[in-house]
Ligand binder design. Structure first.
Ligand SMILES: Nc1ncnc2c1ncn2[C@@H]1O[C@H](COP(=O)(O)OP(=O)(O)OP(=O)(O)O)[C@@H](O)[C@H]1O
Ligand SMILES: [Mg+2]
Length: 264
């Protein structure tokens, strides 16, 4: 469904990504992790044609991002920016949600109907100024405006940074529900606990490419990759490693509780 084939990308002459090969299938939930400045946002922008590969190709459901129209790609790939304040550009929540819809739809009734449904499902007051809302609420507005379009693929660049625990869980539950209904989710995230709880596959970006690409269970215990990229595995996984034999492969609190109970 999404195919990165020998993708290289450079800003001016500075190489950021070199020879990235990545295939993502329909319905996957993939986390993209890596240290600051590794090129995660750059990689995300290649998914929807915001950036074009310097060489190699990116195809999304058969569309080559170098030649496809941006509006065609926008229908397929929803993009949530790292900072909602870079995304929000309208004076009311309603106008913000309509803004994205107008870009991909021409039928005014459909735009209104989808906007109403989105406002309702998120419980927003349409006439509010987005910038009068909290950071968490603004993140939700930005997410809602992307979801209104019903893209088959959601690309989320650190959707929970700067949010408190409750706001973070609200956003993650929305994303989880979407994925369960079949939307492909690709999410940059710094929080390894969230990655472990929600994603099935993890791609580690570093040194210009994918240093690891595997199921969560394998990547979170790959010591050399984690160390190379300064990523800390979930604390419970670290505890499991320290406890040694008998606790191997444990990544979540539930798994640890089950394992300890079984030993009683
Ligand atoms: N528009 C740009 N022009 C030139 N260099 C850029 C540009 N955007 C990013 N870079 C550089 O490219 C590299 C990768 O940046 P990118 O934003 O993709 O990293 P990241 O992994 O998303 O980082 P973070 O974790 O801080 O969000 C960095 O060295 C950054 O300084
Ligand atoms: Mg980034």
């Amino acid at each position: 469904m999404i195919d990165f084939n020998g993708v290289c990308f450079a800003y001016d002459k500075k190489n950021i990504l070199e020879n990235v090969n990545l295939k993502i299938n329909e319905g996957e939930f993939v986390a993209i992790v890596g240290r600051n400045g590794a090129g995660k946002t750059t990689l995300m922008k290649l998914f929807n044609g915001l950036l074009k590969p310097t060489s190699g190709s990116v195809t999304v459901e058969g569309l080559d991002t170098r030649t496809a129209r941006t509006s065609e790609l926008a229908k397929k790939v929803g993009f949530l920016f790292q900072n909602p304040d870079r995304q929000i550009c309208q004076n009311t929540v309603k106008a913000e949600i309509e803004f994205g819809l107008k870009y991909v739809l021409s039928d005014k009734n459909e735009i209104q109907q989808r906007c109403r449904a989105t406002l309702e499902s998120f419980g927003f007051e349409g006439n509010k100024d987005p910038f009068s809302l909290s950071r968490g609420e603004r993140q939700k507005v930005a997410l809602a405006s992307v979801l209104a379009v019903s893209p088959k693929i959601m690309v989320l660049d650190e959707p929970t940074t700067g949010l408190d625990y409750k706001e973070c869980m609200q956003i993650m539950e929305i994303i989880k529900a979407l994925n369960e209904k079949g939307t492909t989710v690709i999410m940059v995230c710094h929080d390894m606990e969230l990655v472990t709880d929600f994603a099935k596959r993890v791609v580690v970006i570093g040194d210009g490419g994918a240093l690891a690409d595997d199921v969560c269970e394998k990547v979170m215990v790959n010591d050399s990759v984690l160390r190379r990229t300064s990523l800390a595995p979930p604390q419970i996984a670290e505890l499991a490693i320290r406890l040694g034999e008998g606790f191997k492969g444990i990544l979540t609190v539930d798994e640890m509780a089950d394992c300890i109970n079984a030993k009683k």
